[in-house]
Write a protein that binds this ligand. Structure first.
Ligand SMILES: Cc1ncc(COP(=O)(O)O)c(C=O)c1O
Length: 460
């Protein structure tokens, strides 16, 4: 019988010491990546042919001239043209601990040394078992969530969520979802997403009923309007609404969030009518100052189903005992790679165990400093050109210039040229969106401010 029965191969002291050495060597190699750098003349031609080839394969250009070399350090990432950028978008929110975090790299290597590359639901491994247990333990602290089912991305986690809601509340068909929401790229999630451009040419299912979002300029009126709309939907479709899905903070929709008082009357109404309450935390998970945004907003008791992905390095659907489906409804080959499951667990350990969470935690500190920097620029050198900075935790957005799509897109490219990667969110106005890594330093925030200031001034 193998000596390894019941334990992982990476428990071997020899392998542990080799991993440590490997991570230290990577850190030595990347130690020089500590600030931004312009493209290097000797890499420009090779970058151009790599970009041409990649764009041809994709059938469309990349948004940014970005192909990573695989090197990065903290908040900085190296690009194949030899430049180094301050990365405040992190693959749209995946790399919450930035680049080459030594503990995350070590965990990925440990996972990668498992006997299989990918894990699934028929023959899961140690990483699957351990991560699932940890998520359920953490999620159930402030909610009734009891089960975790992995999927490989946020969209698939959402598909699972919808199936659970519909099966339990069968034959109810309709879905209540927010205006300006984003839910993913499958045919059904493109329908739940409130953006016509993302489903151009696709036939409509006409199964989604919209709820207007909170307006902070009209708290009472907008809350009443949302509740009234929900009641209207219920009256028009009696016993035919399966679920109410919402992002606790709109991601693509412009980093808008609503207080507990806006949500509670609607959640009570759903509860009284057996409509599943499904919170899409694909973008907010780990980022808002508490582990879940439902904790930040104090609405965990209402959650029947919660979906997470991105920072987890895979996707997952969490649900209560009541929403545990019948056998046969959910399966699927992949649940994630051994490396991504191991890295997801390490990231969770770091975020929950190293002082990142809570009102006095590192995430709250970063939020204050970053928003403070944007407000200072708005009041001084960028007078009035960076309005309404805000968001929650590591999700920060600001309305620049005239807030039009054209000027925000141009500004993003100028910022990119000057060494800072962000993205846009929302419309009317379009906003600059930052998904800030939790390891960002004050020096990095200062540099981000300088680049934003310079870029704004190039547009005035
Ligand atoms: C709120 C929300 N839901 C779902 C998704 C889809 O996740 P994925 O791109 O991993 O499929 C996203 C992705 O940005 C998201 O922000």
């Amino acid at each position: 019988m193998s000596k390894l029965v019941g334990r992982a191969i990476t428990d071997s002291p020899k392998i542990q010491s080799l991993i440590k050495e490997l991570v230290a060597e990577v850190a030595r190699e990347e130690a020089s990546i500590t600030t931004t750098r312009d493209p290097q003349p000797d890499s420009i031609d090779s970058m151009k042919s790599l970009m041409d080839q990649t764009n041809k394969v994709r059938g469309r250009p990349l948004f940014y001239p970005f192909i990573g070399t695989g090197a990065g350090n903290g908040a900085y990432v190296e690009v194949a043209d030899g430049s180094v950028k301050l990365d405040l978008i992190n693959g749209i929110g995946v790399n919450i601990l930035g680049h080459s975090h030594p503990r995350v790299t070590a965990a990925s290597i440990r996972g990668a040394l498992a006997d299989v590359v990918m894990q699934g639901n028929l023959e899961p491994g140690m990483q699957y078992a351990s991560l699932g247990k940890k998520i359920v333990d953490l999620a159930s602290k402030n909610s009734r969530l009891k089960h975790c089912w992995f999927a490989t991305c946020g969209t698939m986690a959402n598909e699972t969520a919808l199936k659970l809601a519909r099966q339990k509340n069968s034959p109810a068909r309709f879905i209540m979802a927010m205006e300006n929401s984003f839910a993913g790229r499958s045919t059904m999630m493109a329908e739940v997403t409130d953006n016509a451009a993302y489903r151009q040419g696709l036939p409509r299912y006409e199964e989604v009923l919209r709820i207007p979002f909170y307006d902070k300029n009209d708290p009472k009126g907008s809350s009443e309007k949302a509740l009234a709309r929900m009641k209207e939907h219920m009256a028009n479709h009696p016993k035919d609404i399966s679920c109410f899905v919402f992002e606790p903070m709109l991601g693509e929709g412009g980093f808008k969030y609503a207080p507990r008082d806006y949500w509670v009357p609607m959640l009570e109404l759903c509860r009284a009518n057996n409509i599943a309450i499904w919170m899409d935390e694909v973008q907010t998970f780990m980022r808002t100052g508490e582990l879940f945004a439902f904790e930040t907003l104090g609405i965990g008791e209402y959650a029947d189903i919660v979906t997470i992905a991105k920072t987890l390095q895979t996707g997952a659907t969490l649900y209560t005992e009541h929403y545990n489906p019948q056998p046969g409804l959910i399966a699927g080959t992949f649940s994630g790679s051994s490396a991504s499951l191991a890295a997801g667990e390490e990231i969770l350990d770091i975020i929950t165990g190293e002082g990142y969470l809570g009102p006095q935690g590192k995430i709250a500190g970063i939020h204050k400093e970053f928003v403070g920097m944007l407000n200072r620029l708005n009041e001084t050198t960028c007078k009035g050109q960076l309005r309404d900075a805000g968001g929650l935790g590591l999700m920060v957005a600001v309305t620049p210039l005239d807030g039009s799509k054209d000027s925000v897109t141009k500004l993003l490219f100028t910022m990119y040229k000057n060494g800072l990667i962000g993205f846009s969110a929302g419309h009317d106005p379009y906003r600059l969106r930052f998904l800030i890594p939790a390891i960002i330093t004050s020096k990095d925030i200062e540099l981000a401010g300088k680049i934003i200031e310079k870029s704004i001034q190039e547009h005035l």
